[in-house]
Each structure stands twice: as structure tokens, then as C-alpha cells.
Design a protein around this ligand. Structure first.
Ligand code: SOE
Length: 387
């Protein structure tokens, strides 16, 4: 079976998704192969270069043409956050399956409109919270679901980067509220909220604080690839988003949580970490050591108790590893997107109408994101709306 993919957005995520669509059916028995039909971006030169490099069959500069094209089955939204809703709603109304980058939307209102559109049009819809497809985190969920931690007391999560500490780093789209919606919060707390909900369950109440350390930056001259960018020497602009957001959370199951997202943690490059403490044991994960999961089992005899460092690369025993390499031949960031693409292709081959995290699930993460910013303004605890 062929799944004809049309991708909108040819930046860092466009690169990660192009690689994933290329390889998913080669490594996994998906029952369907992605055909890279069309790549779309408003920057004609950039999308042509992306198509030539990755083998997209044609290029578009207007997403409306792509989402309504007869030869497109799935629309992959890899654009900055402000465009997610309009593209997803148009794709749903055209009856296309949708993969949308995280965060789902600019705010909860937009997220709920997206949920309404995909439900009305009954299309497969998935959000690219790729860290759920890290084998070590999928294993962590399995361990928790097996009851090996028992009652959960604590969730301790942080997502630490440092790529904008230089005050001369330019005002890229991720630092502009009209394009990004929020800063480190929607970009990074989105991931650790999703991970915490994936592992432990729903968040019911939050209280947070937001900080912008550098308020003016040089305007952007050019993107230099990935997160890199060249600054203009003449003009400066106002940073309109947070540089860091921290918050406390109450979970429906009685656990309490601490969350921190920042792009000012000097020395932390992609420090996506989570630790879960339960009555019978604890788990700890650090994406910068993504093939390992630390497990403390309080059921072990006292003289043998200690943190186990599980190498999560065992084909057949550990999620997704059957498709990759023999034990110990570790995988990387890019494999999380390939694992996700393989799940999507498998779902489409089986004509499944849902795959987690879908838009409705991601809207619950959006509800937490919005509630934290409301609480930061009110300087008070805020109940997370049930959606
Ligand atoms: C930049 O902070 C970024 O590319 C995020 O947007 C991604 O979601 C994250 O996985 C890596 O860092």
C-alpha cells in the first residue's frame, strides 16, 4: 500500500520528517510505504532545495493547493506553530490524514477547533510528540503499567537547552509570540507535560512562573540550519515570549509534579529529563542518554537494592528495537521520528482511525500549557479545564 505524503514546512522538523518518511517502511513491517509526493513552503528556494535533497516529487508554495490535491493521502504539518490550525482544519475538511508538529496549537481555543475538525471529518490525526517513541520512555510506561512502581508520589521533569543564551542570537520565530504562541513553554514544557501525562496521567491544577531574561535581540538576517541563525547588525526587536517557565502540578492520581523548561541552562543541549517516584520503585530518564533507563526496585532484597541502568536496546524485549540493530547498537534522536512514522504507516495500512497522541489528547496538554500561563499572570493556582 502507498501513502502519498504532502509536507508543509521545510525547516528542522521538515528535515527530521523527510528522513522518517524515507526510512520507516524499510526498517519496520508497516504494510504501507510513504511516497514523498509534495513539499510545501512559502520560501520557494528553500523548498526546492529540500525537495532536491530528500526526493520530494514536487514543490508547492501554497498549502491550500497541497491539502486539496487528489494525489495526497496524508498532510504532514512541520511549520511554525501559528500555521498548525489553519492547515490542519483545511486538511481535515479535505479528508486527509494529518500529522501535526507539537505543540498542537497556539492556544486551547485553536486546539479545540482542530479537534472538532478532525472528529467531524473522521480523519486519522496524530501529534508529533516524538519522545513517546523513545524506546526507554515506552519501556518506562510499560514498567509503570505493570504496577512495578505502585502508587506514584512524584513527577520531576525538566527540559533544558542553552541555544539562545547569547544576547546577540537573533529574534527567530520561536521568540516571537505572534508566530510561536509562547517560548520555551510551548516548545519544551509541551514535551514534558505530554511525557508526564503519557507515563502518569492527567494534570488537574497548576501554578507557574514565567521569565524573559533577554528582552531585546537583533532581528533575523538568515536561518543557517537546525536552530542556527544569523543576526542583523542594524536592527533590534522585542522578545515577546518566555525564555523559561517553571511550574508545580497536581495529578488526578494524587501525585505532585515539578516542571521546568528553559533555553538558558548553560551547558544543557537537549536535557529532556523525567524522574518518577513511587511506593515500590523509581524511574529516571535523560534524553541526552536516550538508550538508557534507570530503575530502582524497592522490591529487591535490601542488600541488592540500587539504581539499575537498563540498556534499552534489546530486540524483542524493548519497544521498537526489533526493527533496528542488535543489542547495544544504540539509536538516536532521528529514530524517534522514524518510529513515529512507522506507527502512522502501520495505522493507515490497517485503516485505523486513531493513533496516540491524537489531537484530542494533545489538546489536554494545550490545556495545561494555557493554565500555567494564566496562573503565572494571576500568581495563583489554576484548575486545568477538562477537555
Ligand atoms: C527547539 O527547542 C527544539 O527543536 C524543539 O522545537 C523540539 O520539539 C525538540 O525536540 C528539540 O528542540
Amino acid at each position: 500500500m502507498k501513502v502519498n505524503v504532502g509536507m508543509v514546512g521545510c525547516g528542522f522538523m521538515g528535515k527530521a520528517h523527510s528522513n522518517a518518511w524515507h526510512r520507516a517502511h524499510i526498517f519496520f513491517k508497516t504494510g504501507a510505504e510513504a511516497v514523498m509526493k509534495a513539499a510545501c513552503d512559502s520560501d520557494k528556494k528553500a523548498v526546492k532545495a529540500m525537495a532536491d535533497l530528500w526526493g520530494w516529487q514536487r514543490t508547492e508554495t501554497d498549502y491550500r493547493k497541497l491539502v486539496t490535491a487528489e494525489d495526497i493521502d496524508l498532510v504532514d504539518i512541520a511549520t511554525p506553530n501559528k500555521a498548525h490550525a489553519e492547515i490542519a482544519i483545511a486538511a481535515a475538511e479535505a479528508g486527509k490524514a494529518i500529522l501535526c508538529e507539537k505543540p498542537l496549537a497556539m492556544d486551547l481555543k485553536q486546539a479545540l477547533a482542530m479537534v472538532k475538525a478532525v472528529k467531524k471529518n473522521k480523519v486519522l490525526n496524530v501529534v508529533a510528540f516524538n519522545y513517546r517513541r523513545v524506546p526507554a520512555l515506552a519501556l518506562a510506561r510499560q514498567i509503570i503499567q505493570e504496577g512495578r512502581l505502585g502508587r506514584i508520589f512524584h513527577v520531576r521533569a525538566c527540559y533544558l537547552q542553552d541555544w539562545i543564551i547569547d544576547p546577540d542570537f537573533p529574534l527567530v520565530w520561536r521568540l516571537q509570540k505572534p508566530i510561536a504562541g509562547s517560548g520555551a513553554h510551548g516548545d519544551l514544557n509541551a514535551h514534558i507535560i505530554d511525557m508526564a501525562r503519557f507515563l502518569v496521567g492527567e494534570i488537574t491544577e497548576v501554578t507557574g512562573d514565567a521569565k524573559t531574561f533577554i528582552k531585546q535581540r537583533p532581528v533575523l538576517e538568515a536561518i543557517t540550519g537546525g536552530l542556527g541563525a544569523k543576526a542583523s547588525k542594524k536592527k533590534k526587536g522585542k522578545v515577546t515570549v518566555d525564555d523559561a517557565v517553571i511550574f508545580l502540578a497536581h495529578f488526578r492520581n494524587g501525585a505532585i509534579g515539578t516542571f521546568e523548561a528553559t533555553r538558558f541552562a548553560q551547558g544543557r543541549k537537549n536535557g529532556n529529563k523525567i524522574e518518577i517516584n513511587g511506593e515500590k520503585g523509581s524511574l529516571a530518564f535523560n534524553f541526552e542518554r536516550m538508550n538508557e533507563l534507570e530503575f530502582f526496585d524497592a522490591q529487591d532484597p535490601k542488600h541488592l537494592q540500587g539504581w539499575r541502568n537498563i540498556m534499552v536496546t534489546e530486540p524483542g524485549a524493548h519497544p521498537y528495537m526489533h526493527a533496528w540493530w542488535p543489542a547495544g547498537h544504540i539509536i538516536g534522536y532521528e529514530h524517534t521520528a522514524v518510529n513515529l512514522a512507522s506507527d502512522i504507516l502501520t495505522a493507515m495500512a490497517k485503516k485505523k482511525k486513531s493513533l496516540q497522541p491524537d489531537f484530542a489528547d494533545a489538546a489536554r496538554t494545550q490545556a495545561v500549557l494555557d493554565s500555567v500561563l494564566v496562573s503565572a499572570k494571576k500568581r495563583a493556582w489554576v484548575k486545568v479545564p477538562k477537555v
